[in-house]
Write a protein that binds this ligand. Structure first.
Ligand code: SAM
Length: 265
């Protein structure tokens, strides 16, 4: 990986755009702050990271049956792409051609199934809210990364009201609610997994001590505001939208709905 251990990284201001640090590598200035941007900007953000890191090997954690990056993108950009999941059955549905690695990111990883310290970019989408041990999961990301490599987790965050409810309510109820609110979802194609939201927060203040304590040297968090999950009840929906806009304008990270949590080893 080019430039990963260059001393240019050493004195930079952490998480501040324009300082040449991780925020510039992620290019936070290009990413909007509404929830729809969280979904639409993920691919361009990963591509910027791949290019900025000159990444040669990329691993998706919890890619399941729908790996996020395509093999043609990997070929075009010249990197090796592996996809992981806890569930071998989920991986079986994934299109052919990916390197597949089955392990639980939140437990000890068998070093025979994957090479540690070998990945320039390790990313996940809608996975880390499901892990029961976020400390172990992020420690594993650190160990999977090459020096200077970057881990990115795209997660829903607390204390966005729908996710607080999802955390507190029994799974049978929330599964039913989600399929009522989002008719495009069905258990066969997009199953709902229990969520714990450990370390799923949208601010550097809450995550930096945790991640730097695990040995990451830079942390950058991109928050997103607005939730798709409020009911289509007129007044309630308007109040929710107004609240989301206020939270965004005031940068109330505690009420953000999603985040890219990015950490550099
Ligand atoms: C909500 S799905 C998201 C799938 C895909 N990343 C996406 O965005 O469509 C969560 C996926 O993470 C996997 N998963 C959950 N916990 C995991 C863990 N501890 N280690 C690895 N994969 C995990 C699940 O099996 C499932 O495929």
């Amino acid at each position: 990986m080019a430039g990963s251990t260059s001393p240019i990284w050493l004195g930079q201001q952490r998480g501040v755009p324009g300082s040449g640090g991780l925020a510039d590598l992620v290019d936070t200035a290009k990413i909007g702050r509404r929830t729809d941007a969280a979904w639409s900007e993920l691919k361009p953000t990963l591509e910027r990271l791949v290019n900025g890191l000159n990444a040669r090997s990329v691993l998706e954690i919890g890619g399941g049956r729908h790996p996020f990056l395509g093999l043609e993108e990997a070929e075009r950009n010249g990197f090796r792409l592996a996809v992981n999941d806890l569930d071998a059955e989920e991986l079986k549905y994934a299109p052919s051609g990916y390197d597949r690695v089955v392990f639980d990111v939140a437990r000890d990883i068998d070093r025979d199934v994957i090479e540690m310290g070998a990945y320039d970019l390790v990313f996940s989408r809608m996975v880390f809210e499901h892990v029961r041990d976020a400390r172990k999961a992020w420690s594993n990301v650190r160990d999977l990364l090459a020096p200077g490599g970057v881990g990115l987790a795209f997660v829903p965050t607390l204390y966005s009201p729908p996710f607080v409810l999802n955390r507190l309510m029994p799974e049978v109820l929330t599964s039913r609610l989600v399929s009522m609110l989002d008719r495009s979802r069905n258990a066969a194609e997009i199953p709902k997994f229990p969520a714990y939201y450990q370390a799923c927060r949208a601010s550097e203040e809450s995550l930096r001590p945790f991640l730097m304590g695990l040995g990451f040297r830079e942390v950058c968090v991109v928050p997103f505001f607005g939730t798709p999950y409020f009911p289509r009840i007129p007044v309630l929906a308007q109040v929710a939208r107004a609240f989301d806009r206020l939270a965004e304008a005031r940068d109330w990270r505690v009420f953000a709905s999603y985040a890219y949590i990015v950490a550099r080893k």
